[in-house]
Design a protein around this ligand. Sequence first.
Ligand code: SAJ
Length: 413
Amino acid sequence: MKICVLGLGYIGLPTALLFAAHGADVVGVDVKQSVVDCLNRGSLPFTEPGLDDLYGEAKSRFLVRTGPEAADVFLIAVPTPLDPATKVSNLAYVKSAADMIAPHLRRGNLVVLESTVPPGTSERVIIPRLEKSGVAVGDFLYAHCPERAIPGRTLSEMTGNNRIIGGYDRDSTDRATAIYRTFVRGQIYQTDARTAEFVKLMENTCRDVNIALANEFAQLAEECRINVWEAITLANKHPRVTVLNPGPGVGGHCIAVDPWFLTENSTRCRMVSTAREINDSMPNYVLHIARGLLAGIRDPTISILGVAYKGNVGDTRESPAFKFLQLAENEGYAVRCHDPYAAEFAHPLMDLPKATAGSDCIVILTDHDCFRRLDPATLQVRTKLVIDARNILDHEKWSDQGFAVRVLGDGSS
Ligand code: SAJ
């Protein structure tokens, strides 16, 4: 079986390598010459636990190109970004992937969409473009198999998680199921393409709304002078309650984006967009805390520790650190940034000693494990203030070193 995977990013590349490692001949396609060159040199364009070993295993069955070629299966795993001004999905890449496949599409081929799209996109946008091949859907098979893997655990989740597969018709669903069975150990649940599109968006929206609730709880608790972290621990002792963790906001290319795909065609949704607004406002809340702590300090410098959108990854896409940085600079603060995982950011990244030397306030924005173990005694700051927006530090250790510790949601304001 020959599979052509379009899009060699965080989802497409691991998926392509998993298929190759399980016996398929895979052609990976990326329009970015730099990605193709990198893979052709034998290197990976990004890091992810286990990906190096998998690459070694799969290499002999994996070729990389800048355009597709005839295959049995075409898999689309390209980005579907959000237009920041309109909050509407940008389908340019999935459209272009479908257009690139059409000239190579033959009767009996299967096209799989993994990219996240608004409900109805397969029928309205992708299938009609594929039919420009002259082959009608039904004569080629089509299924949506939304990805569900979490960055940092991509490979174990791709193989271990349950999957949803929604086909254009029964043949499509069954064929796609058989192909994913080669490496998926979780259950595969079958449905139609439109439902699969909706389910994927529901999953990420559910998480976003629950994080927004935790963030609202944090602010309400502070108004009541209560420590939200203790309150959450206690509430979660209830058998049917799971409150998530408050924080400086929600980032990443999925949870901060996908809820808008669900609402873009709706005239009545409110909770989903309100949750987005709450999560997007969290950098303002962290800045509000900083402003209170820094009042009276002349020409303050703050040190942002962690610009990645979440712990132990280097991905900064949609990271709340961007907004916090802008707000802090607009406030007149000098800002220094440190992140041991991130390669680039909107502001120069420095090593820890440089980023904290002479600082007036350390702000922890990302829950990297290495920050949990930070030794405050080694930091040459000017003012001993720290805002822990993730509640990850050893607070006693920091207090013992003379730091005033302010945890987001601790109720001490
Ligand atoms: N976050 C909090 N509090 C929490 C949990 C997360 O503030 O209690 C923040 C994180 O710091 C981060 C953001 O939310 O900024 C999202 O992180 P995440 O770990 O919840 O999720 P992602 O974006 O890395 O991956 C999600 C996953 N979806 C769900 O868990 C429902 C993953 O399974 C999807 O495959 C992925 O989106 C995707 O690609 O759609």
